[in-house]
Design a binder for this molecule. Structure first.
Ligand SMILES: [Zn+2]
Length: 143
């Protein structure tokens, strides 16, 4: 009788309605409070069911998309800068930057000197801008 009482199922309750974030399988109240996924199990063919790994694989994807969008954008700015240098030379006006859709705020890094000179670093270029003359000098990174 005692044995029957301790059988699986009897010792677990599901009153807190916790479920696996991936597959929705109930998680027992007696499980760790931080538990968010069901246990990794193997089916009869030895194929694993690993909800935690599956969930992260799916949910880290948007991050990778964001990263590649940022990189693509920086690469695109880089080729527009190359093109701008070819067309206009290394010294360009703010209007030129606008036409070529080069937004200085999209730089990787910048610093402003005491005299107001703004240096914006891009993937392959550095743009030194004079705020008074609105002349921007585009340089390739020193390698
Ligand atoms: Zn699950």
């Amino acid at each position: 009788m005692k044995k029957k009482f301790l059988k699986d199922g009897d010792q677990f309750t599901y009153l807190k309605n916790r479920v696996c974030r991936q597959c929705g399988e109930p998680i027992a109240d007696q499980d760790k409070i931080t538990k968010e996924f069901c246990e990794k199990t193997y089916d009869k063919f030895g194929k694993p069911k690993d909800c935690k790994t599956a969930w992260h694989r799916e949910n880290d994807k948007p991050n990778r998309t964001v990263h590649s969008r940022i990189i693509n954008n920086l690469n695109a700015i880089s080729s527009r800068l190359d093109f701008l240098i070819k067309r206009k030379g290394e010294q360009v006006s703010t209007e030129d930057l606008d036409i070529y859709e080069i937004n200085l705020s999209e730089c990787l890094n910048y610093h402003i000197e005491k005299n107001g000179t703004l240096t914006s670093e891009f993937l392959n270029h550095t743009i030194v801008s004079n705020p008074f003359t609105e002349i921007h000098k585009i340089q390739y990174h020193e390698k």
